[in-house]
Design a protein around this ligand. Structure first.
Ligand SMILES: Nc1nc2c(ncn2[C@@H]2O[C@H](COP(=O)(O)OP(=O)(O)OP(=O)(O)O)[C@@H](O)[C@H]2O)c(=O)[nH]1
Ligand SMILES: [Mg+2]
Ligand SMILES: [Zn+2]
Length: 263
């Protein structure tokens, strides 16, 4: 899809109004599965790269949440980059380093950044300034703030955290493709409040954990990597080659997929 900023044209009316010039075939789409019989929602299409953005603190990231987001992207056939934001907050550098080690070892590219101090933003801007990307992640992690930091002319709405749990408030309400001054296009998407894999078949969940591929040499071809004897994945977890947190996420997400399929 090619989008043009209306304000760049003489008939400009609103500074952030866009017009769609053409709609190309959607080759890759990032979809959010519909619950029950509800339709899938296409968050963004024709993407070159997807960035899963979480905050290290406020709201704190955990492996359960990160794994859900990574699997959601993997189930759409894309391999995301993990962005750990709010590195400026106290205790954030240690937590970010731990997560970067864990996910880096699994083969995910990770970037630790701060939209406030601009630490780490050079790498992110280099990637966002070419091709078409999407930022996805929970509400309040700083997706829109990061884009504003990379291109101050955008002036995207950002929101303070509120409520007891310090959750974001869904400041961005719809997915939008934004042209950066430096040349790239980025979809700023509304934050997730929960991430469910409705619509992913139970037998497809394992393929969304890239580090399982080399270990899934199991006695049974249809091994669910759960209680089956001779399971290569479970052996790899016991030997420490697959982190326990990843295996826990797998079992949880697979159980949810089974439950959703039975509905
Ligand atoms: N300390 C700190 N605060 C940040 C950083 N990035 C964003 N914030 C703050 O986090 C809050 C949420 O930022 P947003 O950019 O609105 O978050 P979002 O991910 O776009 O949220 P949704 O649009 O609801 O999905 C705002 O108060 C930002 O000022 C950062 O790097 N450090
Ligand atoms: Mg936003
Ligand atoms: Zn197995």
């Amino acid at each position: 899809m090619r989008a043009t900023r209306l304000s760049d044209t003489p008939e400009a009316s609103a500074p952030d109004a866009w017009t769609i010039e053409s709609v190309a075939d959607r080759t890759t789409e990032l979809v959010r599965q519909g619950r029950g019989g509800r339709a899938q929602k296409v968050l963004a299409a024709n993407l070159d790269r997807v960035f899963v953005v979480v905050a290290v603190c406020e709201p704190p990231a955990n492996t359960d949440l990160i794994d859900r987001l990574l699997v959601l992207v993997e189930s759409s056939g894309m391999h995301p980059v993990l962005v750990l934001n709010k590195l400026d907050l106290p205790d954030a550098p240690e937590a970010a380093a731990e997560l970067a080690d864990l996910y880096g070892a699994l083969g995910y590219e990770t970037m630790s950044v701060s939209a406030v101090t601009r630490e780490g933003l050079t790498g992110l801007s280099e990637e966002l300034c070419r091709g078409t990307s999407a930022l996805i992640g929970p509400s309040g992690v700083g997706k829109s703030t990061l884009l504003n930091a990379l291109d101050p002319t955008l002036d995207l709405r950002t929101g303070a955290l509120s409520g007891k749990g310090g959750q974001g408030r869904h400041t961005t309400v719809s997915s939008r493709l934004i042209g950066l001054e430096c040349g790239g296009f980025v979809a700023d998407t509304p934050g997730f409040s929960d991430v469910n894999l409705w619509g992913v078949a139970p037998e497809d969940v394992g393929a969304c954990f890239p580090e399982f591929a080399a270990e899934a040499v199991c006695r049974f071809r249809s091994c669910a990597h759960d209680q089956e004897p001779g399971c290569g994945v479970r052996e790899a977890v016991e030997a420490g080659r697959i982190p326990a947190s990843r295996y826990e996420s797998y079992l949880k997400l697979r159980a949810e997929a089974v439950e959703a399929a039975e509905r």
